[in-house]
Write a protein that binds this ligand. Structure first.
Ligand code: CU
Length: 395
């Protein structure tokens, strides 16, 4: 945990939101390259996480190296009105090249966020946002062994282009955690028996139901504050509303590799078009013959589903990535975007977050192929199987 001196240093540095280049580029963070309002301190378009301790007073220097004015709003923190960072309302926008100071007391612990409140549609579409964690003054309060933090953000970058589209409202094509997309999101590595917290903040323009496999968990914090134990509620998916944070906790008893992902299936895809026709069940034989007469490599796709796309490595336009990607121990995972794996293992050191590899299922604990006769109850021919009668022409 930081002391006050480190904190002020980190806070001041962390708040240097942009580099002298103003419009930099992402650097191989799993995302295609994109022009972003860059930071000299981090190569991720998501701003650094600011960490501090309840009761501290923080002074944050914000130097605007954008080509236009900006502000920083401290989402969820209780502070004086003039420090709230709404341009034109709390204070004038910070002009290009100028430095403003925000200074306030951290009156409570929890998980908060920060983002511009000046031309925010543009500046947030370019990735200007971060999280602000205030640790409890009493280190034993709500103590956990592992504490993960995910900022949900999204970009719309057309294949072959470099600048995010700033006018997109919901049809983003890169759904990111901390500005990364699967398979370039780190796994959440956990030692068996650890008490684990996952904090998820949402500054995209839609909600994200985050689902974690293998466990049920309790919702323990919102950006409004900690949830008293008697009011914590159990879930296996937690919907993160727009402009909100939810934290949940669980004890990692169950060994394994457990998926964690947004349950909106388009959000576990990378760059994809949404206006592609559905070819399920279409007979493309004739079309294939015609197409191959002038394009010999033409492959009919999509008549059985889209899953096979994950195995293909087709040439892509510059600066984009396949829609679904990532290989597991048993084949393609067929995911992208907001997806990762919680890896619970025995004997992981307290400060070790390195990837332990894939989980090996113990004998008898993995789904397997059945090649024998189906038991009667599994057969549609069983008289005890009730099938909905097919409608006849007479109705
Ligand atoms: Cu989502």
């Amino acid at each position: 945990m930081m002391n006050r001196r480190q904190l002020l240093g980190a806070g001041a540095a962390g708040a240097t939101l942009v580099s002298s280049k103003a419009w930099g580029q992402t650097m191989n963070m799993g995302l295609p390259e994109a022009a972003v309002m860059d930071s000299a301190l981090t190569q991720s378009p998501t701003r650094p996480t600011i960490e501090a301790v309840e009761g501290d007073r923080v002074r944050i220097y914000v130097t605007n190296r954008l080509p236009e004015h900006t502000t920083v709003h401290w989402h969820g923190l209780i502070l004086p009105s003039g420090m709230d960072g709404v341009g034109g309302l709390s204070h004038p926008g910070i002009p290009p090249g100028k430095t403003f100071v925000y200074e306030f007391d951290l009156t409570k612990s929890g998980t908060f966020m920060y983002h511009p409140h000046g031309d925010e549609m543009v500046q947030m579409a370019m990735g200007m946002m971060g999280m602000f964690v205030v640790h409890p003054k009493d280190p034993d309060f709500m103590r956990v062994d592992r504490d993960f933090l995910i900022m949900l953000n999204a970009f719309d970058i057309d294949p072959g282009t470099y600048i995010p589209r700033i006018m997109t409202m919901t049809d983003f094509n890169l759904w990111t955690w901390n500005s990364r997309i699967f398979p370039d999101i780190d796994p959440l590595v956990v030692n068996q028996g650890d008490k684990v917290r996952v904090r998820v903040g949402n500054l995209t323009m839609t909600n994200h139901p985050i689902h974690m496999h293998g466990y049920d968990f309790k919702v323990t914090c919102t950006d409004g504050g900690w949830v008293p134990e008697s009011a914590q509620w159990p879930e296996v998916s937690i919907d993160i509303p727009v402009g909100a944070m939810r934290a949940y906790e669980f004890v990692a008893d169950n060994l394994g590799d457990w998926a964690i992902h947004c349950h909106k299936s388009h959000h576990t895809m990378n760059a994809m078009g949404h206006d592609v026709p559905t070819f399920i069940g279409v007979d493309k034989k004739q079309l294939t013959q015609k197409m191959r007469s002038f394009q010999p490599d033409y492959m009919p796709m999509g008549t059985a589903g889209m899953g096979d796309m994950a195995k293909m490595s087709m040439p892509l336009p510059d600066n984009t990535i396949p829609m679904m990607n990532g290989w597991g121990p048993h084949g393609p995972i067929e995911m992208g975007g907001m997806f990762s794996v919680v890896k619970v293992r025995d004997g992981i050191d307290a400060d070790d977050y390195s990837d332990p590899g894939w989980y090996e299922n113990p004998p008898g604990e993995q789904a397997y192929e059945w090649t024998g006769e189906l038991p009667e109850f599994a057969s549609n021919n069983s008289p005890k199987t009730i099938l909905t009668p097919k409608p006849t022409q007479k109705g």
